[in-house]
Design a binder for this molecule. Sequence first.
Ligand SMILES: NC(=O)c1ccc[n+]([C@@H]2O[C@H](COP(=O)([O-])OP(=O)(O)OC[C@H]3O[C@@H](n4cnc5c(N)ncnc54)[C@H](O)[C@@H]3O)[C@@H](O)[C@H]2O)c1
Ligand SMILES: O=P(O)(O)OC[C@@H](O)[C@@H](O)[C@H](O)[C@H](O)CO
Length: 380
Amino acid sequence: MKAVHFGAGNIGRGFIGSLLYKSGFSTTFVDVNQEIVDLLNEKQEYRVVLAELTTDEHVVQKVKAVHSQLHPEQVIEEIVQADLITTAVGPQILPLISDLLYQGLKQRAVSNSKPLAIISCENMIGGSAFLQEKVYEKLQVGEQEQFDRLFHFPNAAVDRIVPLQSNADKLMVMVEPFFEWIVEGGQAVDVIPHVEGLQLVHDLTPYIERKLFTVNTGHAIAAYLGYKAGIETINEAMQNEEILAIVEAALKESGNVLIEKYNFDENEHRAYIAKIIERFLNPYISDEVTRVGRSPLRKLGANDRLISPAKQYVELLQKEPEHLAKGIAAALHYNYAEDPEAVELQKEIQTNGVELALPKFTGLPKESALVELILKHYHV
Ligand SMILES: NC(=O)c1ccc[n+]([C@@H]2O[C@H](COP(=O)([O-])OP(=O)(O)OC[C@H]3O[C@@H](n4cnc5c(N)ncnc54)[C@H](O)[C@@H]3O)[C@@H](O)[C@H]2O)c1
Ligand SMILES: O=P(O)(O)OC[C@@H](O)[C@@H](O)[C@H](O)[C@H](O)CO
């Protein structure tokens, strides 16, 4: 079995590549990082180390890589032969890979009639559907029927904390032991090959919202509050009593939305939150707040981890999400100079004021109780 995976980064190598290897796949990574591409081709294997007391490790083999800008023709050839395509490049990169993916799928349709699943493993709602939309924008007259028949884009939720790596061995990835990969089977259920650890579900919505609005909501709030307090890592941020209390209270708020919306068992959800807090406190992981807080404009987006649960809290429970609002206010203060989105956010705030920047980036109505609440915490 052959897999093509776009993005040989932390989650690509440390999670998806590892499960694919365990499931018998040979994996071709597609990336634009020359050093990583060269190393993967030279070594044809890499180590994945679990961040825990015993630092258990395993070797991922049967891997190679292609630089997509230098050798697009090789990527197309790999797509023609693939049994599965996955991505972990970041939501903002999906439009950039869509043209090459389109070229590959178009070429594949000429000689290979085997249906294929393309699964985006990004932290976003509807990641594969978004990639499909970008690919379909390239379709020429008469191609859609064939693409609809042959290619499926099932949405997915992926969960494993993989921090930035600073190992002497540049291919090695240190990952937390926990992982979860959930894919919406739907019409693609028979097309998705067996991958060890991949769970198929009928409807992904509760799972992706539970993941994004718990793991990523809590993570982002810890990162922005931590950054504001001059703290460097998530683990240290979570050891700060004030930050811990706000993260826990914010997850109670997002949890109340999820429980109300999806009828989750309250005790099970509380246990899910407790497990996540424990993961953030993993002493064997050093995860920088600037990685977790990266791309604040994306994270402040209407459907993302901060605004969506806060909005839904107001709509469904008719109450004020006091702690989610504190997290959003901290995000608005995020001014890390090496993050282009943080620079853009601060520039907008300085030029037009936070009162206009907040609705602009979040889509929240300017005159709303939620905006007022966030601004109250912003100005504290
Ligand atoms: N790291 C985590 O803890 C984690 C967990 C779950 C989900 N995710 C999601 O996985 C995705 C990747 O995150 P990451 O932490 O692995 O980031 P990363 O930066 O480590 O990896 C991204 C990789 O994509 C490559 N890339 C960039 N442009 C490309 C292009 N045009 N074509 C091919 N490759 C390209 C980069 O060179 C890099 O190797 C994001 O959507 C993230 O939200 C991350
Ligand atoms: O990858 P992002 O930028 O969407 O979010 C940063 C982290 O919260 C994220 O990467 C988590 O580590 C991951 O989602 C855990 O499963």
